[in-house]
Design a protein. Structure first.
Length: 156
């Protein structure tokens, strides 16, 4: 049983035990769940043991923090942009570009933060930091295209 699950949740959804047992039938979800558990275990190990590769490296701490912050904000922005793209007055190809550009930037920018300090001994970011700039350019272009489409739809 999962902690925090009410008895009502178990009765209405067939119980979490049933869900966890049959999650392997879903395929990708089981892999994703395992990945999440491994990632949480990794981060907890770094923090609990006072691992010098993370706790003693302010660059890694700041880049990991920035990666998570950008991921959260950009995912929210991409959801808003999906809604706004429905009313934008643009050719279909540009609407598709605006729809895909922001979520792609939401992946590229945090990836740049994380992978640029992937080495535990990193004292400066490696070349993968360019992913941040690529993601920022994609984000700016997508939002600009979407903004032009919204202005065009307001004028018509």
């Amino acid at each position: 049983m999962v902690f925090g699950a009410s008895r009502c949740d178990q009765e209405t959804r067939g119980g979490y035990e049933y869900f966890e047992r049959n999650q392997s039938d879903i395929g990708h979800s089981a892999d994703h769940s395992t990945h999440n558990r491994l990632w949480r275990a990794f981060l907890l190990r770094l923090l609990r043991q006072g691992d010098a590769t993370y706790v003693g490296n302010p660059l890694r701490q700041n880049m990991f923090r920035a990666g998570h912050a950008h991921a959260g904000v950009l995912v929210l922005l991409s959801l808003v942009c999906q809604l706004l793209a429905d009313v934008a007055e643009l050719p279909p190809a540009l609407v598709q570009f605006a729809r895909l550009g922001v979520p792609c930037a939401a992946v590229l920018m945090p990836l740049g933060f994380f992978l640029s300090v992937a080495s535990p001994k990193a004292v400066q970011p490696n070349r993968l930091i360019t992913l941040i700039y690529i993601g920022a350019a994609l984000l700016a272009t997508s939002v600009l295209v979407l903004g032009i489409g919204l202005i065009r739809s307001a004028l018509t």
